[in-house]
Ligand binder design. Sequence first.
Ligand code: ADE
Length: 238
Amino acid sequence: TPWRATVLTLFPEMFPGPLGISLAGKALASGLWALDARDIRASATDKHRSVDDTPAGGGPGMVLRADVLAAAIDAVDAQDRPRLVMSPRGRPLTQARVAELAAGPGPLIVCGRFEGVDQRVIDARGLEEVSIGDYVLSGGEIAAMTLIDACVRLLPGVMGKLASGTDESFSDGLLEYPQYTRPQVFEDRQIPDVLTSGDHAKVAKWRLAEAEALTAARRPDLWAARPKAPESGRKRKP
Ligand code: ADE
C-alpha cells in the first residue's frame, strides 16, 4: 500500500491539479503514491448543506463548522496517520518535517478556507497546524499541494538518479550553488572557468564556497543555524 495523501477540501476539483503532471504526476500514474481528495460538503447534514457560519464574537468572514469537519475527518480511515490542517497560524513547514511525512504512511490534510476552522475541531481531533510561509493564501489547497509535492519527490523511485533528494539545500543547511549549462558564452557572459576545468576537487571547493557566500548574504537565519564542524563529512552534490 503506497504513500497516500488524503485531502479534505471544499474544492476537490482543484486536485490533482499540478500534482497530476511532471514528476509527481508520473509517479501518481505509476502508483508510487495515491491521492484521495474528498469534499467536506459531503459531510454536511442540514438541508442547505452548510459547511460554514459567521464567527462567534463577530468579525468578518466565515468559519468552517466543527461538526461538519469532524464528520469529514472521522469518515477517513486515518488512525495511524499524521493529521494536518494548513494554516498561516501553523508551525512553519521545514524540509525535516517533509522528510518525516514522506517516510510515513502519508498525511490526512485539512484545507481551511474563509477565516479558518473552528478551534474545537483542531483540539478535539489533534490537528497539527502547518504553514508554508509568512503570507496569506485564499485557502489551504495550494499549501496542501506544496506540502504533498515536497513529500512525493522524496518517495522511493520518484526521483530516479537523484533519489537522495537529501543531498541539497536545507538538508545541509546551505542554499544551492549556481548552475550553468551550454552555451559556453551567453550575452558576453562566460561559464566560470573552474567548472570547465575538469578538476572535480576544485569544482567541489568552488561550489561549497559559492553556497556558503550565498547563504550568508541571503539567509542569515540559515547561516547562523548551519551545522558547524567543518570536517563533519557533509558533502555537497558531486
Ligand atoms: N492557508 C492560507 N495561507 C496559508 C499559509 N501561508 N500556509 C498554509 N496554509 C495557508
